[in-house]
Design a protein around this ligand. Structure first.
Ligand SMILES: O=C(O)CCC(=O)C(=O)O
Length: 357
């Protein structure tokens, strides 16, 4: 894929949405929203979502608390590293993830923090499903508002996720509750990200985040005002303009589809490649927060009714949602720990959890 870029130097206001790069799905326009959503999913795989009901104050709090965490000394962040548990919760260091190993010479120039749906450690759900269990939390003495703010944001985004799934089902002419059973225990994850201050250098294989598609259903991305996200618009690999900058828009989520939704719709909807390229060095780095809304671990993702013609077979074999995600984590995360060993058990994880309360 080409390394050519365009960037927009500032956040767009809502009034400038007509100039924005992507379709706009307005949840306050219930008549039009399904059609616009359908076209956006088929033609772009990306859209802006406005009037989504998540309070701006909560979004601002989430970004402020994220920044406060990443400003802690490295030793403090490492105390809640993903390396201390086997369910992929907590801190990931700079360059820990390499989203596009074929093109990158170094890992992504970002650090992160994974939060998931809170599942009690002793529960059957945690014991029998990989990636399920309790979150880890930074020291509440240092960051007293962190946990309540992240919990409130996670709850709000989980509701938005289900609402968007139902809207999508209406858009494709299925009953809006058709997939409710697949989202009773969603594998939702909030990933806080902090990109380093350095500029990316695609010709040397240095990316803020390498090109990738997302793995699940929908991703709801919130960013600060620093541009960097680019989406693949097709065409020849070396052609200028094949990567399109997607500027942040005030109060809007940037939403994209993941691979499971593409599989569910027999490739009618697009899980579009995207990446992050920071054009110029920044003073503080860039902050963003993708929220990944994925089906239950044991959901079998198989072609939905209406997406395969009579007499034809679906393009993809059915996959189990959780197994698909595990495969992706194994491939891209250096510090991803799956198997319990003496120093890395669910119980040790719980110790950390308790201590961090
Ligand atoms: O930070 C961004 O703008 C995008 C992040 C992203 O694509 C991801 O984490 O999957």
């Amino acid at each position: 894929m080409s390394s050519s870029t365009t960037s927009t130097p500032q956040v767009l206001s809502l009034h400038a949405l007509n100039r924005a790069a992507l379709p706009i799905v307005d949840l306050a326009a219930p008549e039009e929203a399904p059609r616009i959503l359908y076209d956006a999913c088929r033609d772009f795989g990306f859209f802006y979502l406005i009037n989504h009901g998540v309070p701006q104050a909560l979004i601002d709090d989430m970004l402020a608390e994220s920044k406060a965490f990443f400003s802690l000394p490295l030793g403090e962040k490492e105390k809640v590293s993903v390396r201390h548990n086997k369910i992929n919760r907590g801190y990931t260091a700079f360059e820990e993830e390499t989203l596009d190993p074929t093109r990158q010479t170094r890992g992504d120039t970002k650090e992160g923090f994974y939060l998931g749906r809170e599942v009690a450690m002793e529960s059957e759900e945690a014991r029998s499903n990989p990636l399920h269990g309790p979150n880890v939390w930074p020291d509440p003495v240092k960051l007293p508002r962190w946990r309540p703010v992240m919990n409130a944001y996670f709850t709000a985004l989980s509701s938005l996720g289900l609402r968007t799934v139902r809207l999508l089902l209406r858009a494709v002419g299925l009953p809006e509750h058709h997939l409710d059973d697949a989202f009773t225990r969603p594998m939702a994850a909030l990933r806080l990200l902090h990109y380093s201050t350095q500029a990316s250098n695609p010709s040397e294989g240095v990316y803020a985040a390498g090109a990738h598609t997302d793995y699940g259903m929908f991703t709801f991305l919130m960013t600060d005002h620093t541009p960097g996200l680019q989406v693949w618009r097709g065409g020849a690999e070396q052609e200028d303009g094949s990567w399109q900058a997607v500027p942040p828009v005030e109060g809007a989520f940037i939403v994209n589809l993941g691979d499971m939704l593409q599989r569910w719709t027999n490739d009618v909807f697009k899980s579009t490649a995207h990446r992050v390229v920071i054009q110029e060095a920044t003073e503080e780095g860039r902050y963003s927060a993708p929220f990944f809304y994925e089906p239950n671990f044991d959901t079998l993702v198989a072609c939905l009714p209406g997406f395969v013609k009579k007499g034809e077979v679906p393009r993809h074999v059915p996959v189990k949602s959780g197994e698909y995600l595990l495969g992706k984590y194994r491939h891209t995360h250096r510090d991803f720990v799956e198997k319990a060993d003496d120093n890395n058990t669910l119980e040790n994880h719980a110790g950390l959890h308790t201590q961090a309360k």
